[in-house]
Design a protein around this ligand. Structure first.
Ligand code: AMP
Length: 222
């Protein structure tokens, strides 16, 4: 059982990497952003509050996140291992997650810090499109990640959409939040001795680097 934490500023490719690792190693992919978007779509009071925070690029309260994460990681789909994408996002969340793991008698896992030049981020975020039906991720500014037909998913034919928070204003807030609030999480895991760094400019190279790390830890697949 392996638990991974992917740390990176939004748009660095956490979702893409997590999907590839899921295919290859059978780990469950836990995206707190996806969980929150699903909760927000209910359209009740909490849902609308969450949506407004997300659309503005603000972090939602920690207690909402802790409950969702603890529930998810104890589900059967996580029995082989799981990948956290978008959590922990601040030091309190990292400390809270350590407590959850201790309570559940689970290993601290591995934290992967994905680095990327800032100018590439803008293209990644503004060009991102997602499939409404299967969640596949595309980028209209990247030849490798462009859909074959504009607006249509290559995999399932579903319609592609742009996330409400993938705009320049929200992006600036998200990048700023990341550097102020999330960067200490990297130090937290470095001090714990479970931090690994990978360059995430090219998604294939990133995958290979993470596979090398997992292989060195004994998570071999054929
Ligand atoms: P993401 O899909 O990871 O980019 O997350 C989209 C939005 O969901 C973020 O900008 C936050 O508003 C919210 N969110 C996702 N994960 C967390 C988290 N761990 N803590 C607080 N807010 C989060």
């Amino acid at each position: 059982m392996r638990n991974l934490i992917l740390l990176a500023v939004q748009g660095a490719g956490k979702g893409t990497l997590a999907k590839k690792l899921k295919e290859k190693y059978g780990y469950a992919h836990i995206s707190t952003g996806d969980i929150l978007r699903e909760r927000a779509s209910v359209g009740d009071e909490l849902g609308n509050e969450l949506k407004s925070m997300m659309d503005n690029g603000q972090l939602v309260p920690n207690d909402v996140i802790f409950e969702a994460v603890e529930y998810k990681i104890t589900q059967p789909e996580c029995a082989n291992g799981y990948i956290l994408d978008g959590f922990p996002r601040n030091l309190e969340q990292a400390q809270g997650y350590t407590k959850i793991l201790e309570k559940l008698n689970m290993d601290a896992g591995v934290a992967i810090n994905m680095t990327i030049p800032e100018e590439l981020l803008v293209q990644r975020i503004i060009g991102r499109r997602m499939c409404k039906d299967c969640g596949a991720i595309y980028n209209i500014y990247n030849d490798q990640l462009k859909p074959t037909t504009e607006g249509i998913c290559n995999k399932c034919g579903g319609a592609l959409y742009q996330r409400d928070d993938d705009n320049e204003e929200a992006m600036k807030t998200r990048i700023e939040t990341y550097f102020n609030v999330t960067a200490p999480v990297i130090d937290y895991y470095r001090e714990k001795g479970i931090l690994y760094e990978v360059d995430s400019t090219d998604s294939e190279v990133t995958l290979k680097s993470v596979e090398d790390i997992l292989n060195s830890l004994g998570d071999k697949v054929d």
